[in-house]
Design a protein around this ligand. Structure first.
Ligand SMILES: *Cc1c(COP(=O)(O)O)cnc(C)c1O
Length: 733
C-alpha cells in the first residue's frame, strides 16, 4: 500500500523532462538549431537546480593547510576548509610526489566512504573505494573532502537511526538541502583546486561515486564553466530509485526537483561537457533496465546538442562500485589531450580562441537569490492586493535617489518620463531641441506632447549636444520651449555645462534624457540632477531594469508633485476624482517595482562591475589595429552603458559585425545610433514637405558611421572579454 502511494506521488512526467519538450523537434531540425534549443532547455534546468540548491552565492571556501607528508610516491596535504553552510571540514590533496603543473580531479565519494579510504590512508572496505589514490597514481592531482555524515553522534544514542537522514532533515529545517550544501562546498573545493600552484586551472574534472555522483552532477550544473564529469553508480529515474528499488537517499536528490526534471534530464543538461557514466549490472542499488532507459535520455540530449561524441555510457559487470581504470582513461583523454586553450595574459591576446558558447550582445542576469527576492515581493503584493503605486514603488523611488541625487517619481517607461516633463513644460505648439543622434523616443515624446522636434549636432568629445550647434538652433527657432540633451552611451558630457549656460541665459528649461546614464556623473553631479528634469529608463537593455519602467527626477519639489498627478490621469489632487489636465496612465506597477528594487539594491555592484569590464577592454584593445576606443572625457564618470570604439576609415562595419558573429560567435551591442533622427522616415517625410528642417550634421553623421559597441554586462566573463578582443584582432588586422 505504502509503495503504491509513493508510486502515485512520484508518477507523471516533469515539465522539463527532455523528450517531452525537445526530442521531436531536435530530430527534424538542423544540428545548429538543435544545439540552440538544447542550450535554452539546459539553461532552464540549471536555473531550477540553482534555485532549489540554494547555494550561498558566491561561496568562497577558506582553506588552511594542516601539514604535508610524502609516502609511497604520493604527496599528501591535509587541509581544513571552512564553508558558509557546513562549517569546518577536512580535505586531502593528493598528488604524485614529482608532479609538474597539470590536470586535477575533485573526487567525491559515496555516502559511506571515509576520507582516509578515498585517499588510501586506511585500507578501503571496497577494492575500488580509494579513487583519489588511484587517480593520483595515474598522474592527477586530486582533492577529496569529508561529508561529515559519520562520527558526529554517539552510536548508542543513534540506536540504528541513519545519521545521513538526520543531517538531511536538519538542513531541511533551515530551507537548505544536504545535497545543495555539499554541492556548494564542492564548488568551493573546485576553486581551491584551481588555485593550487601545481594545478592547471583550465584542466580540472569532477568524479563522483553514488551519493558523490549526485554531488558531482549538481556541482557541474551549478559551475560557471564547463567541467568534465565522471559519475559511477548513480543512474536511473527517481521514481524507480524511491519506489521500486527503495534505495533512494534523500540527501542525493534536491527537494522539489521532480516537479521540474528527473535525474536523466539533469545529466542531459550537462551537454556539451564531457561526461562518462558508469553503472554495474550487479548493482543492488540500481536497476540495469532503469539505468539503460535513463542513459537513453542522456544520449538523446547529448545528440540534440551535437555533442554525442562527448558522452560515454559504460554498462559494466560490477556491483555498486567504480571501474577506476576507465575513469582514469576518461580524465586522461579529456584533461590532458588535446591541450586546453592557453591562459592568455591581458597583453597577449591570442588570435583565435576555440568558439564555445556565443557571446551575446546583451544578457539580463538575475541569480537565484535575486529571483527568489523578486518572487517574494510579487507574492507580498499579491497577498496585500496592492498591485500598483504601493510600497514597492515608493521603495523604488527611494532607492533610485541614491544614484540620481534628486528626488524622482517612478513611471511606466523612459518615454513616459520624457513626455510628462514636456507636458509640464507646456511645449505644445512650440519647438523642442533634441540631439540629432538619439533614440527615436526622445523626439517622439516631444511630438506627442504637441511640439515640433528640431535637431542639433553632437560634439565628439563627450557625445553630448554641441554648444555651437545649439546656439545656432536657438537663433533659428526662437520659439524653443525646451532643450533635451541626451547622455549618449552613459557619458554626461562636460559640454553640458555650456548647454546649461546657454539655456539659462535665455530662460529655456533643460530636460536631461538620462535613459543611458543612471549612475553616471559629471564633476560629481549625478545624471538627472543638472537640468530642471531628468528622465531615466529601466528597459531591460539599460544599466538597471524593472522590466519596463522609468523615473522622472525634478529639481523643483512642486514639479515632483505635478508629475505624480500627471502620471495618474491628471488628477487635480492626489485621490481626487476631478481632473484638470490631460494626464495619462503612466503608473509603475508593484510587480515592475519588485524587479526594479532588486536591481537597484545591487546597483552599486553592477556599476563597479561595468567599470571594471570597461577598464579591462581598455587593456585588451591596446594595440589591436584598425580601431580606437572612445575616451571618456575628464570629469565625466560613465556607467559604461556602452563601450564604444571607432573603426578606421575603410573598415566595413556591417561586414565586420557579420564576421564577428559567424566566425567567432561574438554579437556586438547595438549602436547609439546608426541612423540620424532627421533621416528616420517619420522626420524625413516632414523634411521632404519643405518645412526647413536642417539635415546637415557632419559630426553626428561621422559618429553614426564609424562607431561600434562591444558586449558589456555584469555577467560578462574574463574569458568572454578575451574572446571579443581576440575576434576583433583577428578580423581587423
Ligand atoms: C531607452 C531610451 C528611451 C526610452 O525608454 P523606454 O523606457 O524604452 O520608454 C528614451 N531615450 C533614450 C535615449 C533611450 O535610450
Amino acid at each position: 500500500m505504502q509503495t503504491h502511494r509513493l508510486a502515485h506521488l512520484l508518477s507523471g512526467t516533469p515539465p522539463l523532462s527532455f523528450p517531452a519538450q525537445t526530442s521531436e523537434t531536435a530530430e527534424t531540425a538542423d544540428a545548429a538549431g538543435g544545439a540552440v534549443r538544447h542550450a535554452a532547455w539546459s539553461g532552464q534546468v540549471r536555473a531550477v537546480v540553482e534555485r532549489l540548491a540554494r547555494v550561498p552565492a558566491p561561496a568562497p571556501l577558506t582553506s588552511v593547510s594542516l601539514g604535508t607528508s610524502v609516502s609511497d610516491g604520493l604527496h599528501r596535504e591535509q587541509l581544513e576548509l571552512d564553508s558558509p553552510v557546513r562549517g569546518r571540514f577536512r580535505a586531502t590533496l593528493l598528488r604524485p610526489a614529482d608532479a609538474a603543473p597539470g590536470p586535477a580531479v575533485l573526487v567525491l565519494g559515496g555516502k559511506n566512504a571515509r576520507l582516509e579510504q578515498l585517499t588510501g590512508q586506511t585500507p578501503p572496505d571496497h577494492a575500488d573505494r580509494n579513487v583519489a589514490e588511484h587517480l593520483a597514481r595515474a598522474g592527477f592531482t586530486t582533492l577529496a573532502f569529508a561529508y561529515g555524515l559519520h562520527g558526529g553522534f554517539d552510536p548508542e544514542a543513534l540506536d540504528g537511526r541513519d545519521e545521513g537522514a538526520l543531517l538531511a532533515h536538519a538542513f531541511a529545517l533551515r530551507g537548505h538541502s544536504l545535497l545543495g550544501a555539499l554541492a556548494g562546498d564542492a564548488l568551493g573545493a573546485l576553486d581551491v583546486l584551481r588555485a593550487h600552484p601545481l594545478v592547471d586551472a583550465d584542466r580540472v574534472g569532477l568524479f563522483g561515486h553514488s551519493l558523490g555522483g549526485a554531488v558531482a552532477l549538481h556541482t557541474a550544473l551549478l559551475a560557471r564553466r564547463t567541467v568534465p564529469l565522471c559519475v559511477a553508480s548513480h543512474l536511473g529515474t527517481y521514481a524507480a530509485l524511491f519506489t521500486r528499488l527503495l534505495t533512494g537517499f534523500e540527501g542525493a536528490a534536491l527537494p522539489g526537483i521532480l516537479e521540474y526534471a528527473d535525474l536523466p534530464d539533469l545529466f542531459g543538461a550537462l551537454a556539451p561537457a564531457p561526461l562518462q557514466l558508469q553503472y554495474g549490472t550487479a548493482d543492488r542499488f540500481l536497476d540495469a533496465d532503469d539505468a539503460r532507459t535513463a542513459a537513453g535520455t542522456v544520449e538523446r540530449a547529448y545528440a540534440a546538442s551535437g555533442a554525442e561524441q562527448r558522452l560515454e555510457v559504460l554498462e559494466l559487470p560490477m556491483g555498486h562500485g567504480t571501474e577506476v581504470s576507465r575513469a582514469a582513461a576518461f580524465f586522461t583523454r579529456v584533461l590532458t589531450a588535446p591541450a586546453a586553450p592557453p591562459e592568455a595574459a591581458p597583453d597577449t591576446v591570442p588570435d583565435t580562441l576555440p568558439v564555445t558558447a556565443p557571446v551575446p550582445a546583451q544578457r539580463v542576469s538575475f541569480d537565484a537569490e535575486a529571483r527568489r527576492t523578486v518572487c517574494e515581493r510579487v507574492d507580498a503584493a499579491l497577498v496585500s492586493g496592492v498591485l500598483t503605486q504601493g510600497p514597492q514603488v515608493a521603495r523604488f523611488e527611494e532607492l533610485s535617489r541614491a544614484w540620481t541625487g534628486t528626488p524622482g517619481a517612478a513611471v511606466n517607461s523612459g518615454t513616459g518620463a520624457l513626455e510628462i516633463a514636456l507636458r509640464i513644460l507646456d511645449v505644445a505648439g512650440r519647438t523642442v531641441l533634441v540631439p540629432v543622434n538619439t533614440f527615436f523616443a526622445t523626439a517622439a515624446a516631444a511630438e506627442r506632447a504637441g511640439a515640433r522636434a528640431r535637431f542639433v549636432d553632437l560634439e565628439l568629445d563627450g557625445l553630448g549636444m554641441a554648444p555651437d550647434g545649439l546656439r545656432a538652433a536657438l537663433d533659428r527657432y526662437p520659439d524653443t520651449a525646451a532643450v533635451v540633451p541626451v547622455h549618449i552611451g552613459g557619458i554626461v558630457s562636460p559640454a553640458l555645462h555650456e548647454v546649461l549656460a546657454l539655456c539659462r541665459d535665455r530662460g529655456i528649461p533643460v530636460l536631461e534624457d538620462a535613459a543611458h546614464a543612471f549612475g553616471s556623473t559629471l564633476d560629481g553631479h549625478p545624471a538627472g540632477s543638472l537640468g530642471q528634469f531628468g528622465a531615466f529608463s529601466f528597459f531591460p537593455t539599460k544599466v538597471a531594469t524593472s522590466a519596463e519602467g522609468g523615473l522622472l527626477t525634478c529639481a523643483d519639489p512642486d514639479d515632483l508633485e505635478r508629475v505624480r498627478l500627471w502620471r495618474d490621469h491628471g488628477r487635480s489632487a492626489p485621490g481626487s476624482t476631478l481632473h484638470d489636465r490631460p494626464g495619462g496612465n503612466w503608473r509603475m506597477s508593484e510587480v515592475h517595482a519588485a524587479v526594479g528594487t532588486v536591481d537597484l539594491e545591487r546597483f552599486g555592484a553592477i556599476l563597479t562591475a561595468r567599470r571594471a569590464l570597461a577598464a579591462r577592454y581598455d587593456e585588451l584593445l591596446a594595440g589591436v589595429p584598425g580601431q580606437r576606443p572612445h575616451v571618456v572625457p575628464a570629469g565625466s564618470e560613465s556607467n559604461f552603458y556602452k563601450y564604444l570604439l571607432y573603426l578606421d576609415d575603410g573598415v566595413d562595419r556591417a561586414s565586420l559585425k557579420r564576421r564577428l558573429r559567424e566566425r567567432h560567435g561574438v554579437a556586438l551591442a547595438g549602436e547609439v545610433y546608426d541612423h540620424l533622427l532627421c533621416d528616420q522616415p517619420f522626420f524625413a517625410a516632414s523634411r521632404a514637405a519643405g518645412d526647413g528642417t536642417e539635415h546637415d550634421f557632419p559630426r553626428a553623421r561621422w559618429f553614426a558611421r564609424h562607431h561600434i559597441a562591444l558586449p558589456l554586462y555584469p555577467s560578462l566573463t574574463e574569458g568572454e572579454q578575451l574572446r571579443v578582443a581576440a575576434a576583433l584582432r583577428s578580423e581587423l588586422r
